[in-house]
Ligand binder design. Structure first.
Ligand code: PMP
Length: 358
């Protein structure tokens, strides 16, 4: 392999070298079986062991019990969850509440409108999502669920905690799952696309409280029903065997380090970068300080005409993946779990040297 680049992409995202190397070995020969990971049958014991260990690690990291929660490994990405949540939990004529805190939160809300009545409980859209909206004071009692996006990947804002909620809380944790301590027991369901903090694209983790599986009144095809997927142990159709295996390696890596240590390092990484954005005369943050994400650090240049030059300058130092989302512009450095402290140091140094050389 050529020299490994420092990668801050928002997803698919960087994975630890040890996880990549073990995946590569398994692609050639899974655990000395003489069969590639890409070819092992999903009904074989080998895969049964992979998916059960991965599911057990998810519950262990979330501090939840298998009596209360079901772990599902599904396909269709975040977008499919935007649809499956209302299909399964929003009855014809029922109402659901959404916290409109960013692009993906908004997309999730719009998808629910196909199935029932939707209420925006709080929104920061009018301020271009540069801060989190205030958590609603009260909630209408008739809501079938409330949907929250814990980290807004594009706008770089993050909810510091998952609050207790009087109605079932559904949380999209795609861009910050297992990156800090969270009270997962406040969730009736949480989901996360794998391609940020968990593994490669192609699989989506869903953890659902078992009592929720009985709520669905809509007639649904099995593939789109959480209850049917749970009954089939996520093997209704052929699951994405290789991505699930890489998720298992990533979950082992997270469990070995421990969420507390991971959180501490994530806080250090983010603090370093935000401090440099504040200090450096060339850069600025459009995000309100109290809403800033530890995962996706969004920043711009005071003189936007210099942004292309800084992209080139950092690329010459093997720093890639910092271009901001096309809807926001500027830069975004995603500091997911696999991004190391020294990667952030290299980016900060590039910002400092760029300022000096100008
Ligand atoms: N939710 C969040 C928070 C996201 O960041 C993204 C994508 N980056 C999605 C959902 C959509 O995921 P997908 O591309 O898998 O549909």
């Amino acid at each position: 392999m050529n020299k490994r680049k420092i990668y801050f992409g928002a997803g698919p995202a960087a994975l630890p070298p040890s996880v990549l190397e073990e995946t590569a070995r398994a692609v050639l020969d899974y655990a000395g079986s003489g069969i590639s990971l890409l070819s092992i049958a999903h009904r074989d014991k080998a895969f049964g062991d992979i998916i059960s260990e991965a599911s057990a690690l998810v519950l262990q990291l979330a501090n939840l019990g298998s009596d209360d929660y079901e772990v599902l490994w599904l396909q269709g990405g975040g977008r499919q969850q935007f649809a499956m949540v209302p299909m399964n939990f929003l009855d014809e004529g029922g109402r659901a509440g959404y916290i409109d805190s960013g692009h993906w939160a908004h997309e999730a809300m719009e998808a629910a409108r196909y199935y029932g009545d939707v209420v925006s409980l709080a929104s920061s859209a009018a301020d271009k999502y540069t801060h989190l909206p205030a958590w609603p004071d009260g909630m209408p009692g008739d809501l079938q669920y409330v949907h929250l996006t814990s980290n807004n990947t594009i706008y770089g804002t993050q909810w510091p905690r998952i609050p207790p909620c009087p109605v079932p809380l559904v949380v999209d944790m795609s861009s910050d799952i297992f990156s800090r301590a969270r009270n997962y027991s406040h969730c009736a369901l949480f989901y996360a696309v794998a391609q940020k903090n968990l593994g490669p694209a192609g699989v989506t983790l869903v953890v659902v409280r078992k009592d929720m599986l009985k709520r669905s009144t809509r007639r649904l095809p099995d593939a789109l029903s959480y209850a049917a997927q749970a009954k089939a142990s996520s093997m209704l159709n052929t699951p994405p065997v290789a991505p699930i295996y890489t998720c298992l390696l990533m979950l082992r890596w997270i469990a070995e380090r421990g969420i507390a240590d991971i959180e501490e390092e994530n806080r250090t990484k983010a603090a370093m970068l935000y401090a440099e954005i504040e200090r450096n005369s060339l850069f600025q943050s459009p995000v309100a300080e109290s809403s800033r994400s530890l995962m996706n650090v969004v920043f711009t240049m005071v003189d936007a005409s210099r942004e292309q030059a800084f992209l080139g300058y950092s690329a010459a130092r093997d720093i890639e993946g910092i271009k901001g989302h096309r809807s926001v512009g500027g830069f975004r450095a995603s500091l997911y779990n696999a991004v190391r402290l020294e990667d952030v140091t290299a980016l900060v140094k590039a910002m400092q040297d760029f300022e000096k050389e100008l």
